[in-house]
Design a protein around this ligand. Structure first.
Ligand code: SAM
Length: 277
């Protein structure tokens, strides 16, 4: 019989956040695949769990996945853990899940801490709809390009960032997205847990006081790209509006219908206007 692959969430700071099910799973599996075996050994020692560990991190994800799949096919049960939080969320995990599915292996998620979920629910920003971005590229040009791509996103945006890159990332956010309302969720579940809710520029002014691990949450754009384009169109003259659609190859009847819809006005009035031209 094939073994099962468990994806076990571990604490993001406070060790009391480990779940009973996570502990039971870690005690019962045959092997634990860990992002950093030394780090996980600390966790296991704390809970008096003794288990064989194998390293499984981003750079060796592909080759290690093959080894782990072989063991799963032989019947071993394996738990994947990352250094903190939920595996597969800006952490290794995705690769082995894909290969395990291809090999018909059962995958069992063991829920627990995840930094962005806790940051979001306490942020005060809309949690109805959100876009999780994770880490932006460290390359300045790529970072800006990604921010340009999400500029008109109306949902709450969520980023992860390394402490020493926070200032540069906030500067890029200010430049590309504007002086939006943001929330820095700092040191979640730890003694110095804090939520800093302010505009980007105000936070940048006191950035040197801001220390620790962060999730960055950004209020979505108040107007979608479509709304902005529509208001730009409606600021044009009727003739310019007409030319805009004409250049896209629409015929007169279609153009009039479109203009009336954009301007929320009567089709016949628009028709009459162009009839007299
Ligand atoms: N897999 C993890 C999860 O489920 O959230 C995320 C791992 S990712 C490599 C690390 C990033 O998560 C950090 O750079 C930071 O942005 C965020 N993070 C992790 N722990 C945090 C904490 N205690 N407080 C605030 N942010 C945290």
């Amino acid at each position: 019989m094939k073994g099962k692959l468990y994806l076990v969430a571990t604490p993001i700071g406070n060790l009391e956040d480990i779940t009973l099910r996570a502990l039971k799973t870690l005690k019962e599996v045959d092997l634990i695949a860990a992002e950093d075996t030394r780090h996980t050994l600390g966790l296991l020692n704390h809970f008096e769990i003794s288990k064989p560990l194998i390293s499984y991190y981003k750079q060796n994800e592909k080759t290690k996945s093959e080894i782990l799949i072989q063991k799963l096919l032989e019947g071993q049960n394996i738990a994947v853990v990352s250094d903190a939080g939920t595996p597969g969320i800006s952490d290794p995990g995705e690769e082995i899940v894909k290969v395990a599915i291809e090999n018909g292996i059962e995958i069992v998620p063991i829920p627990g801490a995840c930094a962005f979920v806790n940051a979001l629910i306490a942020s005060g920003l809309s949690s109805k709809e959100f876009t999780f971005i994770g880490f932006l590229s460290a390359i300045k040009k790529d970072k800006r390009e990604k921010l340009e791509e999400i500029k008109y996103e109306t949902r709450t945006l969520i980023l992860y960032e390394a402490p020493h890159k926070l200032k540069g990332t906030l500067e890029a956010i200010l430049e590309v997205l504007g002086d939006r309302k943001i929330v820095l969720a700092r040191e979640l579940t730890k003694i110095h847990e804090e939520f800093i809710r302010d505009n980007v520029s105000n936070i940048l002014e006191r950035i040197d006081e801001v220390k620790g691990e962060f999730v960055i949450l950004i209020e979505g754009n108040s107007e979608s790209k479509k709304d902005l384009e529509l208001s730009e169109l409606n600021n044009k003259t009727l003739e310019e509006h007409y030319e805009y659609y004409e250049a896209q190859g629409f015929d007169k009847k279609e153009i009039i219908k479109k203009i009336a819809k954009d301007r929320n006005s009567n089709k016949n009035e628009i028709y009459q206007y162009f009839l007299n031209k």
